[in-house]
Design a protein around this ligand. Structure first.
Ligand SMILES: Nc1ncnc2c1ncn2[C@@H]1O[C@H](COP(=O)(O)OP(=O)(O)O)[C@@H](O)[C@H]1O
Ligand SMILES: [Mg+2]
Length: 232
């Protein structure tokens, strides 16, 4: 593994795999696996109310946790408006999902290897004028189906669901959704609105991650997971 990636503080699952935080991501992985026994979760999306809640950090570390288990994992940046996942893995975002959806390239050519074994990545590609339409397209359904045949898990980063509809459009196509609630930032009313929106599109909320950027101990992050195991 590249030293630079090891030192990337956003990927604690690679930089410090023995830490309690990395362990918390592994428990999140296990909880997701057990949250839906009858229908195995293969496609998973992260969402939250607003920008900065910790979606990208959560889905990146979760993807590493799944790949560390030996699963072949594909991480896709479906935050077409403000893509940042490629920076976490220090990869280019010149081409990606939007090119594939616009039939400009085959998905195989959009896949990057990462420095993490078993973990592959498709960036968002150039920002399109119609992100919701793109994610809601038939082409997106076909793509998810094809990717499902090639990977054990497909994890999507997404934009905040109270701000734009893209995430909700994608949520309805995934086997499960994990919501990130930012402790001290997400208001109760916002959280309620997020749950109602997910329920409206019949998304399966598998759990909620409480993300707290400020912990008493200075070098600790704080993650908690509440499984819900119900279709909202
Ligand atoms: N638990 C955490 N502890 C410390 N920093 C965090 C934590 N979660 C997120 N961050 C930082 O907060 C910023 C926003 O997080 P990010 O995951 O990009 O949020 P989102 O994808 O919801 O916009 C990033 O700089 C990230 O490194
Ligand atoms: Mg993000």
């Amino acid at each position: 593994m590249q030293q630079s990636l090891m030192e990337n503080s956003k990927l604690i699952t690679t930089s410090n795999p023995d830490s309690p935080i990395a362990e918390a991501y592994r428990s999140l992985r296990t909880n997701i696996q057990f949250s839906s026994i009858d229908v195995p979760v293969k496609t998973l999306m992260v969402t939250s109310c607003q920008s900065g809640d910790g979606k990208t950090t959560t889905i990146a570390n979760l993807a590493v946790a799944f790949s560390q288990e030996g699963k072949r994992v594909l991480l896709v940046d479906a935050d077409l408006r403000r893509p940042t996942l490629h920076t976490v893995f220090m990869l280019s975002n010149q081409t990606g999902l939007t090119n594939v959806l616009a039939n400009q390239m085959d998905w195989e050519d959009a896949v990057h290897s990462t420095s993490v074994d078993n973990l592959f990545f498709i960036g968002s590609g150039p920002t399109p004028p119609n992100p919701s339409e793109m994610l809601g397209s038939k082409k997106m359904n076909q793509l998810i189906e094809e990717l499902s045949a090639h990977y054990d898990m497909i994890l999507f980063d997404a934009p905040p669901s109270l701000v734009v509809t893209d995430g909700l459009v994608l949520a309805s196509k995934c086997d499960g959704v994990v919501a990130v609630i930012s402790v001290g930032m997400t208001k109760r009313q916002q959280a309620k609105k997020l749950y109602a929106s997910l329920e409206h599109v019949k998304a399966k909320l598998l759990g909620v991650v409480l993300n707290n950027k400020k912990k008493k101990s200075k070098d600790q992050l704080y993650y908690t997971y509440y499984g819900t195991n119900r279709r909202m």
